[in-house]
Design a protein around this ligand. Sequence first.
Ligand code: HEC
Length: 424
Amino acid sequence: MSTKLLLPLMLVSFFCLAPRAWSQGQNQSEAQLPEGSGKEIVQVACAVCHSLNQVSNAGHNREDWDTVLHQMVNVGAPVPPDKFSTVLDYLAKNFPAKPLPPGVTVPGSADVSIKEWVVPTPGSRPHDPMFAPDGTAWYSGHMANILGHFDPKTQQFTEYHPKMANSGPHGIISDKDGNVWFTANFKGYIGKFNPKTGETTEYRMPDPQAKDPHTLLFAPNGYLYFTVQSANMVGRLDPKTGEIKLATSPTPKSNPYGMVISSKGVPIFCEFGSNKIASIDPDTLEIHEWILPHEDSRPRRIAITPDDAVWYSDYSRGYLGRLDTKAGKVTGEWPSPSGPKSQPYGITAIGNIIWYVESNSQPNMLVRFDPKTDKFQSWPIPGGGGVVRNMVHTPDGNLWLTESGVNRLAFVEVKKGQKVSLNR
Ligand code: HEC
């Protein structure tokens, strides 16, 4: 492996690694790999873009390592095809699955059915799902430069590729004309993909620091708002002119992450690197922060109910929380059913009901919370979930989920008005 090839890979990929806020201050010295056939390849190929700790701290069964290895090769890890199984054996033997908190099933009166599909390209890492106005679903294949389309009627997948290689499609959202907008998390641009022509328009970040656009949403004023995690920024794109404005979060290293738009058209985002949630003035981009009561809270994604309460998945503490944005204070925090290590992550609200996923339980659990009764209900995700990073709901009250680590897309049908009456 020549340094000529390694260098561009490093540049491409350094910035895409999510800095893990809670690992700051920990010993960052490089892991010593155990002896064994495959060690030399791992030592070189797996230290190009991130530290080897990323490898040695992980634990997976063989099947899940197979998916991880495909993901890494997709983004450019130099593992020759004939060495793939040697490396896989090495990883599975030396870094086996670690016990995760068991998913706790909470019974209740709601009824769902979960359907799952394995997406076509191995190691796509389906990151975010999207629901299109025509009733079909899309997802971003973060590690395989894919915008995936799934038509539930025909059960057909079609994979599209933004024209710039290794863009790292991450957040994904449609406009009313059927274009698919995405954040190119590895290449510092926002893309507009036109499924009719197959064309991608690239809107580059005006500041080279803004390397990793993350989550994006349209507001009623027609602008596209987005977070830029590692760059500690948020931004706004005018789809008419392509003009992009950026603003830096007042808190250093705050990792602007998940986002919602309030009923007044105000973008609100959570700071995964701190214990704060913040609003953005839609015109001036001025940022106003709310501080969550627990210093250790790390809100990773947020949902919003019609009363403009913001619900946060507190990833570090294993809680669901409610921020009353009108009163400017947190009015409730509830321990997630699978416990403090359950890592609540993807979250959305259907009307007044909160839905989210515990992303670190075995298997990942789909959780429903009804604020009226203060009750949780939860279901195991059949394919395991493999870290459900995001979920969206459809206008008729069902859910699409992406199961990043097990390469699946899932549809949750929320049964309407059946068993619900039994307990009320
Ligand atoms: C070309 C760059 C690159 C190379 C080379 C690379 N990785 Fe990665 N790796 C990534 C990126 C990007 C991520 C995702 C970081 C994020 O966004 O969370 C990642 C994350 C991971 C994770 C955490 C997975 C997760 O879902 O959180 C593991 C484990 C991992 N890499 C293992 C490996 C192994 C094993 C190798 C060598 C075969 C390797 N990596 C080589 C880019 C690379």
